[in-house]
Design a protein around this ligand. Structure first.
Ligand code: PRP
Ligand code: URA
Length: 208
């Protein structure tokens, strides 16, 4: 099954703190980045390596380095920005592709307003980042965009995922693996994840 719920104790603890309604913007932001870094660690554990020779302190030795073109990280504006530094902490050489997708609050349909993708996408792994996978409309739109641009290898990193969103991604793009800190219960009548985190963009940018 291409859904990975990472039940690491550090993730469970941090996510528990993030669910507090009274958590400050500063702490919510910091923990978003920390959980994003921990998800990145899991989502990249099978990246290909290649042998490489270097001059070590005792002479020439064989080591390994990441093979192929650099990864591209793809934050979905705006809330995905709240995970970007966490991912880049572990993959500092990654290229950043930015996509702007907003969910209409009435219809819950995703509307794309920006596309700034890096080149050579056919040779890169793309890590799409967005804190919330609710109906899945935004994530499916982002994957559609990347595939249309030639990307062949895509993974999605989300802090919290709801069953309808997981199902939507799996139906539209069964090849895309999803890494999440939690599979939550359901969506409420306004399309918010329960128990979820509330409006992640507002909590990260302090606009609530
Ligand atoms: C939120 C969230 C996802 C989307 C999830 O963004 O960050 O992008 O909703 O919902 P979906 O799975 O039903 O599409 P929003 O559109 O509210 O914009 P924001 O990032 O500016 O807050
Ligand atoms: N977007 C959010 O920010 N939170 C949700 O619960 C659903 C969509």
């Amino acid at each position: 099954m291409p859904i990975h719920e990472i039940r690491h104790p550090l993730i469970r603890h941090k996510l528990g703190l993030m669910r507090r309604g009274d958590l400050s913007t500063k702490n919510f932001r910091e923990m978003s980045q920390e959980v994003a870094a921990l998800l990145t660690y899991e989502a990249t554990k099978d990246l290909p390596l290649e042998p490489h020779r270097i001059q070590g302190w005792c002479g020439e030795i064989g080591v390994e380095k990441l093979a192929g073109k650099k990864v591209t990280v793809v934050p979905i504006l705006r809330a995905g920005i709240g995970m970007l530094d966490g991912v880049l902490t572990l993959i500092p050489g990654a290229k950043v592709s930015v996509v702007g997708i907003a969910r209409d609050e009435e219809t819950l349909l995703a509307h794309t307003y920006l596309e700034r993708l890096v080149g050579e996408l056919d040779q890169r792994l793309a890590l799409i980042i967005d804190p919330m996978l609710a109906t899945g409309g935004s994530m499916v739109a982002a994957i559609d965009m990347l595939k249309k641009a030639g990307c062949k290898s895509i993974r999605a990193l989300v802090l919290v995922a709801a069953p309808p969103g997981i199902q939507a991604v799996q139906e539209a793009h069964p090849d895309v693996h999803i890494y999440t800190a939690s599979i939550d219960s359901h969506l409420d009548e306004n399309g918010y994840i329960v128990p979820g985190l509330g409006d992640a963009g507002d909590r990260i940018f302090g606009t609530r």
